[in-house]
Design a protein around this ligand. Structure first.
Ligand SMILES: NC(=O)c1ccc[n+]([C@@H]2O[C@H](COP(=O)([O-])OP(=O)(O)OC[C@H]3O[C@@H](n4cnc5c(N)ncnc54)[C@H](OP(=O)(O)O)[C@@H]3O)[C@@H](O)[C@H]2O)c1
Length: 345
């Protein structure tokens, strides 16, 4: 007997990808329920070769749900996380609302799967920010080898990271440029997104960093090691899917580019594509729809004592959100930390 899984935010970018991945991985679910806002009542959504009709979160009874995959933003997570947990389901939330709560584990299974047991405190597990998830997958094996002191990262983040309306905005602006029409006004982005770059994601903080940059710093510490110093510049780029990152890493101990390449080749979740020739590196386009974190352009950074530079790319809707959440659910099942309610009855 399998699990009953509820996907909250099923009509969104992340929710739809969750349904795809549950079907692809043949997740042991007897029943999958698609939930969203009242706007989406009855909307048909693909789940493998089946179609699910979307139900409304506000009217849904979670008493026989085992796992709730939530990706409907912070307001929904704040209100519904504790309610769903109180009904006895484990909540795996994609918003930033629970990530920094010390009673909520923040998990990337390739990095800190053991911390998942902490879910018992609140019944909630947080999924990290998309740019943090792919970064820590690549940093973890290098940290184990040579101890990371400091990371400097510049991100190139796709518009799907800002939700489905943001993708529509880039599409309609791009179309308007080509058809020489007046550009529709920017709603999801602070400036025009088509054929442009915007060095501003989420709100500004008092110190001049943006909250997206702050999240990468705080989440890397919580997931990997509180001693790691990290500074980020997060940039939105006119790409639909996949985030890329240019990363400089300073280590405590020596590590060569060849050693790093070998370590990353056998590290979980990592795929090295690193030929020093035209096209011998990963780009967002070919990583869309893929599960791995791709690492390219690995080289020694001679400006610091033990330094490496590299290029990291991954599908933000998969490893950055939906896939990671489902890997967390699989981790709970494989470690026998949860049991299907129907089976237990
Ligand atoms: N996109 C990424 O790369 C990424 C990565 C990591 C984390 N996240 C986080 O994941 C969450 C979802 O992101 P997304 O990109 O999928 O956004 P999205 O495409 O805008 O989708 C939002 C989803 O939330 C639902 N929703 C909104 N308000 C609701 C309410 N009051 N009750 C029930 N459902 C509600 C929407 O339903 P309707 O269609 O009915 O409005 C829709 O299904 C956000 O918290 C985001 O920060 C996203």
């Amino acid at each position: 007997m399998g699990y009953k899984v509820a996907v909250v935010g099923a009509t969104g970018n992340v929710g739809r990808e969750m349904l795809n991945i549950l079907a692809e991985r043949q997740f042991p679910a007897d029943e999958v329920v698609a939930l969203a806002s009242p706007r989406s009542l009855g909307t048909e959504i693909s789940f493998g070769d089946r179609i699910l009709k979307c139900k409304v979160l506000d009217h849904f009874n979670f008493s026989d749900v085992d796992i709730c995959l939530m990706s409907a933003g912070s307001a929904v997570a704040k209100e519904w996380g504790p309610k769903v947990a109180a009904a006895g389901a484990v909540v795996i939330d994609n918003s930033s609302f629970w990530r920094y709560d010390s009673d909520v584990p923040l998990i990337v299974p390739e990095v800190n799967a053991d911390a998942v047991v902490g879910f018992r405190k609140r019944g909630i597990i947080a999924n990290p920010n998309c740019s943090t998830a792919q970064l820590v997958v690549a940093l973890k094996p290098l940290h184990d080898k040579a101890t990371i002191k400091r990371v400097v990262v510049a991100t190139y983040q796709s518009v799907s990271g800002a939700g489905k309306e943001a993708m529509d905005e880039l599409f309609s602006q791009t179309k308007a440029v080509f058809t020489m029409e007046e550009l529709p006004p920017s709603k999801k982005f602070p400036k025009r997104m088509a054929f442009n770059l915007i060095p501003h994601i989420d709100v500004f903080m008092e110190d001049g960093y943006t909250k997206e940059e702050w999240k990468m710093m705080v989440e890397t510490k919580k997931i990997l090691d509180p001693k790691i110093k990290l500074t980020a510049t997060c940039v939105r780029v006119p790409v639909f899917i996949s985030h890329a990152e240019a990363v400089n890493i300073e280590f405590e101990n020596p590590i060569t580019a060849d050693e790093a390449r070998d370590i990353l080749r056998s590290a979980p979740g990592c795929l090295v594509i690193d030929k020093q020739e035209p096209g011998g590196y990963a780009t967002p386009h070919e990583c869309a729809g893929e599960d791995a974190t791709y690492i390219s352009r690995i080289r020694e950074d001679a400006t610091v004592e033990n330094g490496l530079a590299m290029w990291i790319v991954s599908d933000n809707l998969r490893k950055g959100a939906a896939l990671n959440a489902i890997q967390i659910a699989e981790c709970l099942i494989n470690r026998k930390l949860i049991q299907a309610k129907q089976k237990a009855a």
